[in-house]
Design a binder for this molecule. Structure first.
Ligand code: ATP
Ligand SMILES: Nc1nc2c(ncn2[C@@H]2O[C@H](COP(=O)(O)O)[C@@H](O)[C@H]2O)c(=O)[nH]1
Length: 186
């Protein structure tokens, strides 16, 4: 997978603002968007084929994924076809992944992968943001109890030498960091 194309891999804890950063990159910098697949049900305002490809367990099992994971009892996966589609429109694309997926992409793409880790130091605000997003109490509880939640609060050792940290405790500050990174990197 060597080439001039780049993939901005946006990772971090649940509720930290990965999707918010990705939407900003799409709106402001017109980066391509890799849509991934999931078996979880859509949140209010989420649309099939736009936010995710929403799958049943059986349709998910038939797909050929570049990588797939389980996160808080649901399945998620991304394909090479999805990446090629995003790169077809723009040589800079973006994808939102858990930290396990981010490590896989860094290993597969090398320096074509640019890792953004979205950080929020006050972990209580992650729960507040999920409530404000409209997630059900039950889903939030399940997520906060998961091993994946704990794992993704910290930058994994495998990403440490390549990661760009974006503190999203405050959106104006985060936006400023994203703008600075985009000017430095491209
Ligand atoms: N800096 C911020 N301050 C307050 N709220 C924010 C901030 N950034 C994002 N949000 C809000 O927090 C909620 C979670 O953000 P978002 O969905 O982007 O997180 P995420 O990391 O993609 O989460 P998940 O991994 O759970 O899908 C959204 O309602 C979003 O509008
Ligand atoms: N490794 C992968 N992680 C993915 C993929 N699609 C989404 N995600 C990550 O899963 C969790 C939960 O997502 P949510 O939308 O239910 O909150 C989050 O960290 C996403 O970034 C994927 O294809 N592969």
């Amino acid at each position: 997978m060597e080439g001039k194309e780049k993939l901005i891999v946006i990772t971090g804890a649940t509720g930290s603002g990965k999707t918010t950063v990705r939407n900003y990159l799409v709106d402001q910098y017109h980066v391509g968007k890799v849509i991934t697949h999931t078996t979880r049900s859509p949140r209010k305002n989420e649309k099939n084929n736009v936010d995710y490809y929403f799958e049943s367990d059986s349709s998910f099992a038939k797909k050929h994924f570049l990588e797939h994971v389980e996160y808080a009892n649901a399945k998620y996966g991304s394909s090479y076809e999805g990446l090629k589609k995003a790169w077809h429109n723009n040589p800079i694309a973006s994808i939102v992944l858990d930290t396990q997926g981010a490590i896989t992409y860094l290993n597969k793409l090398g320096n074509q992968a640019i890792i953004f880790f979205i950080q929020v130091n006050d972990h209580n605000s992650l729960k507040k943001r999920m409530i404000e997003r409209g997630d059900s109490k039950e889903k939030i509880k399940q997520r906060l109890c998961s091993a994946e939640y704990e794992r993704d609060l910290k930058i994994p050792i495998e990403l440490r030498s390549s990661v760009h940290i974006i503190d999203n405790s405050n959106w104006q500050t985060a936006k400023h960091t994203v703008d600075k990174l985009m000017h430095e990197l491209f």
